[in-house]
Write a protein that binds this ligand. Sequence first.
Ligand SMILES: [Zn+2]
Length: 907
Amino acid sequence: LKTNYADAVVDIEKIVLGERSRKKTSCNQKRQRKDLSIAVCALLNSGGGVVRMESEDRNYCFQEHGIGLDIEQSLRACIDCTETSDYFTWMQQRSHLLLFVKTWSCGGPEQKSPSAKPRICSLSTGLSRRCFTSVVPMTSSNAAEFLRRKVRCAGRHDENGPSAKKALLNFDGGAKETSLNTEERNIQDAAARFLERDKLMVGEVLDFTETTHIEFKNFSTENILEYIRKTLPNYVSAFANTEGGYLFFGVNDSSEVIGSHIKVEKEALEKTVADTVGSMPVHHFCGSQDGVQFKTHILSVYDKAECLQGYICAVRIEAFCCAVFHDNPESWIVMGDTIERLSIRKWTELMTAADPDLSNLADKFENVLSLSNGPPLIKPVYSKAGLQCVSELQECLYPVGSNEIKWKPETICTDLFSEYPGLEDLMKKRIPPLNKGVLIFSRSWAVDIGLWKRQDVVCDVLLVAENAYPVLYTVVKGASSAESDNWRETAYALKHKLVNEGGYASKVCVIPQILYLDGTKNQMEVAENDVPQQENQENPYDYASLYPENYILTSRDVPAFLRALVIVVLRFKSYLSDHLGCEIFNLLTLKQYELLSKNLHKAKEQFVLGLPGTGKTIVALKIIERIRNIFHCSENEILYICENQPLKKYVGNEICQSVTRVAFLNGNFPEVKHIVVDEAQNFRPEENWHQRARKVVKKKSGIFWVFLDFFQSTHPYGCGLKFSELYPQEWLTKGVRNAKQIYNVMFNLMEKILQERNRYMPYEVLEELFKQAECAHSLSGDYVLKENMGTFEMAEYVARQCNSYIQQGYPVKDIAILCSTQHAAQEFNQILEPELRRQIRKCRVRLVLGPAENVLENIIVLDSIRRFSGLERRIVFGIHPVPAQEEVSLNLLLCVASRANTKLHLL
Ligand SMILES: [Zn+2]
C-alpha cells in the first residue's frame, strides 16, 4: 500500500485490461480480478481510496478499449447493486489506470430512514441456507437480515432468563415453532423411522423424498471421505441456519439406496463427519459456547445374498441458535499499510452494529450520526436534547459565505496575520476565484484532528467551497523547513476522519498543498511520475489531473462536508459509552472548543473559571491531549493534579501522569514539563502549591493551566491564590451536564452563596460569572427535596427509590449516594445496606455499595460529597449535607447537586 495521494492507494500492479483482451479469460486473469475485488472491498469498507493498476498492454487506452465485462461484473458484485457510478470512477494516467472508490454507505447521503443495505461490503458471507431442496449461499443483504434476526432472538432469550438452550429449537420435537405442514411432518417421521432400521437392501427405494429438510447425496467412489469433507460444511451451514434437517450419503436423487464404497470403514465415516462438523466456525450472539448439534447414523447396506455392500451415512443436523459458517466470510479492511481479512467475530460485529437503544434513558439525546445510515466504520454520535445541533454549530464555526469565501475563525486570522505579515497576501494570491465557501484557518489541523503537530508549520488552511476540490494548504516558513515524508498525513487523516468519524458518505478528497511564506516557488505536492508538472502550471488551481471531476464539491455537498467536519472536530467519547458497553460520542460546545483552540505557545498560563456543570474536567482532559500533540510529549511529561483520589483514578495514567494534591506536594517530578490543575478551589492556601507547580513548569517553559470553580469550594480557607493574579482568565458558563430542574437548584444555591458573602472568595468575578450563567439545553430531569427525615427513614427512602430505579431498568452504576463526610457515609452504610438487601431481594441484581474510587464499576457509589467531586452519575442522593464548617454548607449542597446528571434527591 503506497500513498502518493493523500488517500489510501492500493497498487495491484499489472493487469490485463480492455473489452477484447479480457474475453479470453485465463487463470492469471481470474487471479487479477480477485485481487482487484479484494482491493475494492477493503477500500469500500475503510473510507474509500484509489486502486492503481497498470495495463499489461502498453498501448492500452481506456477510451478505446474499456475495462472488460468480467471486471465490471465483479465490481458490481462488490457493491451488491447497479449504482456503479455512485461508487466508482475510472481515470487513466498514461499507462496507469486509477479506479477511485467511494466509501461504502448503508444509506443514501441525505436519507434519514434506516436502510436495508448491509453495513459493510463482503465478497461472500460464508453463510448458507436451505431453500426448497437446494442449498443457496446467503447474499450480503440476506446475511445482514439473518444476523439481525439472530441478535434480536438472543436478546429476547436473555430477558426471559438463561435459555440459550431453549433457542436450540429441536426441529422435530418443537414442530409447533416451525412452519412444517402435514406433508413435511409425514416425511420427517418416515426419515426418523428409517434411521431406526438396522438393515437396508441395495436398490431399495425409500418412502420419502428430498425436502427443505432432507437431502440425498449419492456416492460410491473410494474418495468418499474427501467428498464429505468438501460438501458437508455447505449442507450443515444451510440446515443449521434454516430449520435443521437430514443429509443422507449413499442415496441417489430418486430415493434409491446405493450405499458407500465397500472399502470405506464405518469408523472412518463417523470420524470424518465429526471432524468436519466440529471444525466449522460458528458465531454466537446468545452467550452459549456450543458448536453445531448433530448426530451421525451409519446404516449397513446388504445385497440380496446378505453380503455387506457398504453403508448409508445419515447426518441429522439440528437448527442452530445463532450462525453457522461453512467458510470464513470474504471481507477486507485497510489496516495501516496492509489489507486484512476480517475475522468472523469482527465481521459479524460490523454487520450487526446498530445504534444503542437510548430510549429508556432518562437523558434525552438526539442522534447526530446514526449507524443505520452511513459508512462502515462510524460510531454513533449524540448530542443532548436542546443543545445546539450540528447544523447550528456548523453555522457558527464554519459559515458559508453567500457571495464570497469567508475567512474563519476571525480571531485566529487576526493573530496569524499580525504574526506573519506576508500570510494574508499569500493566501489571497493562492486562493482560486470562487464565490461560495469558507476558508478555515488553524494553527494546526493536525492537532485539531488529534495528530502530532509538525513544528515547522505556520498554519493549516482548509478550503471548502462550491465548485472546487477541498484543499488543505499547509503554510511553512520556507523551503528549508518543508520537505518531510509525511506532509500528506494530515490531509489523508482528515479525509478518512470525515468519512469514518464524521459520516460523510459522498465522494470526497482532501488535496494537500504546501505554501512557502518566504516566496519559494509553490508546487503541487505530488510525485512527478504521477502527474506531469506542466499540466498544473498552466492553471495553478486545476487539480483535475489528480482527482476525477465528480470529486468537486457541489452546493449540496458543502454543508454536508462541513457538518461532518464539525463532528470530527467536536466529538468526544461520552461517559455513556461505559454504561452502554459500546463507544458513543457527544459534541463539545463552542466555548469549550474555543478554549481548546488557544495558541498554546502564547497561552502558557491560563486560569479557567467555570460554573458547576460546565464540563471543566472534559476540557482539562482535552487540553492535555492537545499539549501532547503540539509538543510531542509522552504521558510522563504532563501532570494532572486534582484534590481527590477518585477523580485521579478516573483520569488515570494513560494520557498523562495523574496525582492528587497531596501526592504532588510530597513528590518530585523531574520529567514533568506541563501541568494541568483541576478543582484548584479546594487546594490549601498554606501549601504554596501554585508557586511550586509554576516553578516546575517555568524551568521547561511549559504549559500551566488551572481549572477552578469557587462555587464548589468545600472548605472556607481560600485556595492560596491571589484573586487579582488570576490572569489570563477564561470562563465556562454554559451548563451542559445537569438537567434543567437540577440546574435551577444549582442556580438558586449560587445566588444564595453570592448573597451570604461570608468567606474568602473573589465575589466580584463570581458575580460577573453568575450573570452569564445559563443552562444550555432543555432536558428537564427530576428534583426531589425531602426535609426532616430521620436516619432510618432516609435509608428506607433511598432503598425504595433505588429499587424503583432498578425495576425501571437503570443499571446500579447510575446511582451515587453522597453524604457530608466519609464518616457519615460509613455510618449510613451500616443502616442502608440491610435495608437495601431487604427491598431489592426480589430482583436479580448483584448489589454492591462501594467507594467513589470504583465509580467506573457496576456498583452504587456511597461516599462523601468531597470525594466524589469532579465525578458524576445520572442519579444522585444527597444525604443530609451538613458539613463541619457552617460557612460552606451551601457550597456543599451545590457540589452534591452538580454531581447529578438527571435525577437528584436531597434528604
Ligand atoms: Zn447462540
